[in-house]
Design a protein around this ligand. Sequence first.
Ligand SMILES: [Cu+2]
Length: 170
Amino acid sequence: MSKLPFLALALFAAAGAAPALAQEAKANDIVIEKPWARATPKSADVGAGYLTIRNNGAAADRLTGASSDFASVEVHEMKMEGGVMKMMETKNGLNVPAHSSVGLAPGGYHLMFTHLTHPLTKGETIKATLNFEHAGPIEVAFPVLGVGAAGPGAAKGETKPTGNMGGMKM
Ligand SMILES: [Cu+2]
């Protein structure tokens, strides 16, 4: 039993030595999956980035912030307040529980790129560094998708809450 974790580590290290899978980034137990950003209109100075954070570790980790050379980056969340969808910076970053994943997607958590130095253009790839409390910094490449994109492989026609059901579906 004591040898198993060691073997797993060795395999992990070997896999890490191979050419990295495109658009996936990792550090320690944290894996960033399917990052993407949405193209912005020319006049906009804010944009958004999305991804899934997977924590393969036995301890929780926390996305504490992010940075890039083309914008300031904040971790935002969307909340319904009095029937109005609002977004705001998360107070204490974003917790990622052990052995689970957290999705940043349109309508929910997202990375907010502010003070853009240039518009995000469909087809380009932008880079930002995510900082985790335990895993440390992870550089992530975000392919920029079209303005109307819902994400890579996102389902279409999902139902929106109508607001008169008196309860949360999720
Ligand atoms: Cu935002």
